[in-house]
Design a protein around this ligand. Structure first.
Ligand code: FMN
Length: 472
């Protein structure tokens, strides 16, 4: 850590820790997931999850991370060609993984739009207790009415209302986790009652979207309460994270963008009345590594060819064009016909841009023409999130990451292995030791809880309950 890298905001100063950590994001649903090669394992068998989690733990990863997909995307009435499989329920899977791991954090992505706070807070507290204080909740609002159609209340929240709702939801969850004081459970059999009278509080909330009146059923975990991650990149999403989260799962791994994102989050965090270092940042990333830079480049070409075949390339564009494009050559230029701008049922679940679709298509045609890219090459550059890819020899990628650590651009990387279940092996066997040699990566777990391993402070108890009805 050096003084020149600190970021000053008013009287608060962000100081880089000089370290980075890793999390692993087992994606399940995505074009980055390869199934067309004999080494590719199951996306749903427990064995794949166990192997990834245990390899990550061998590499001292801070967290094992699961996303949430509430509905399998459809394209032309079929499961989407870009999707490999739906995601098993995160909390069920993480509960099973808790029993075959000891130190790694277990992060469940769960939305605030279709869940209820008393129920979700209880389930997360259960995971936190049974894992010995290793649970985390990645808070998302999700943004899809088609998904919402399967829920009792439907896709009922406008995008602009989702964070208002999320804030009240998270505050309520925190109060539920706060409600048992540390000494609430009897320390010995001599006590009169198991739960000390007056040491457990009832939580009440009456708002626009739900009502809560609950005496929480569980005491605190070894890490007090689950760690809070957040994913969602709009200005409202960033402000919400600055007020409520411990860690942001960001979409900005590229160096300049990561530094700019850090500065933005520091400013928002300080404005929210918290310390400049209080919110950590872990961007999504993909590593393609080999013994030499050249081998890694060749490997990347091979990985991309497996990720995006001709069918996937066309299907990807069809999502945004909102119409069938099968007559176009995947190895030719981008379609010269305009996208549909009215609502379409071709692809359901993501992608379609409605009124903005024509603008997007024009930008993409220009970008592809500039690089001389075919449809396949263009789609490959986008879906593989080229910006988030670190490609190179173990030592050159370690040098790059050490620079991120030095300036404090990020606190860690949430790595998506390009293949399951062997995709972390070279990272753990070769990259981690290189990083340890450079002094930027942990050499042991700091403790047994996720909060300790991330270096997060024990939470302050939530401010005394906001008067009932004042928060929506
Ligand atoms: C890196 C990253 C990962 C995300 N993962 C998920 C996910 O697994 N499931 C989900 O429903 N939403 C996920 N989201 C999106 C959130 O649903 C987010 O709430 C949504 O984009 C709307 O918020 P925004 O407008 O602030 O981006 C993710 C977002 C980011 C940036």
């Amino acid at each position: 850590m050096s003084q020149e890298n600190s970021i000053q905001h008013g009287r608060a100063t962000f100081r880089p820790s000089g370290k980075i950590q890793f999390g692993v994001f087992f994606q399940g649903v995505n074009s980055g997931t390869i199934w067309k090669t004999p080494e590719a394992g199951s996306q749903t068998d427990f064995e794949s999850f166990r192997r990834i989690a245990q390899t990550a733990e061998r590499g001292l990863f801070a967290a094992f991370f699961l996303g949430e997909g509430l509905r399998l995307r459809e394209h032309l009435g079929r499961p989407h060609a870009l999707d490999v499989a739906g995601r098993p329920d995160a909390q069920t899977m993480l509960a099973a993984l808790a029993s075959v791991t000891r130190n790694i954090g277990l992060v469940a992505t769960q939305n605030t739009t279709y869940n209820d706070p008393a129920d979700l807070a209880h389930r997360l507290a259960s995971l936190d207790l049974l894992s010995g204080g290793r649970a985390a909740w990645n808070v998302v609002t999700t943004d899809n009415a088609w998904t919402g159609a399967n829920f009792r209340r439907g896709g009922y929240l406008d995008h602009s209302d989702r964070y208002v709702h999320a804030e009240a939801f998270v505050q309520t969850a925190k109060r539920i986790w706060d409600s048992w004081e540390s000494d609430a459970v009897a320390a010995s059999t001599a006590a009169d009652s198991w739960a000390a009278p007056g040491h457990v509080r009832t939580v009440r909330h009456e708002g626009q979207h739900y009502t809560v009146d609950v005496t929480p059923r569980l005491p605190r975990s070894a890490q007090y309460r689950p760690v809070l991650f957040q994913a969602g990149d709009s200005p409202d999403g960033r402000d919400f994270a600055a007020r409520q989260a411990d860690v942001i799962f960001s979409a900005h791994p590229k160096f300049e963008a990561a530094v700019a994102f850090r500065e933005d989050i520091v400013a928002r965090t300080v404005a929210a009345g918290r310390g400049a270092n209080d919110v950590q940042i872990f961007p999504a990333s993909e590593f393609i590594l080999a013994a030499t830079d050249q081998e890694a480049q060749e490997k990347k070409e091979w990985v991309r060819s497996l990720q995006i075949g001709p069918q996937q390339a066309i299907a990807y564009l069809e999502q945004f064009w909102g119409r069938e494009l099968s007559s176009f050559d995947p190895d030719g230029p981008l379609p010269d016909i305009d996208p549909a701008v009215e609502t379409t049922s071709e692809t359901r679940g993501s992608g379609f841009h409605g009124a903005k679709a024509r603008e997007l298509a024009e930008q993409w045609r220009a970008e592809a023409a500039e690089h001389g890219w075919s449809i396949r090459q263009f789609v490959s550059s986008r879906t593989a999130r080229i910006d988030s890819t670190f490609t190179g020899s173990y030592s050159s990628v370690a040098d790059t990451l050490a620079e991120y650590a030095r300036v404090g651009a990020v606190d860690g990387f949430n790595i998506s292995p390009w293949i399951i279940p062997s995709g972390l092996d070279d990272i753990v066997n070769h990259l981690v030791p290189e990083l340890q040699e450079r002094g930027v990566y942990p050499t042991e777990y700091a403790g047994s809880t996720l909060r300790e391993n991330l270096g997060l402070a024990t939470p302050e108890r939530s401010p005394e309950l906001v008067p009932v009805g004042s928060v929506r």
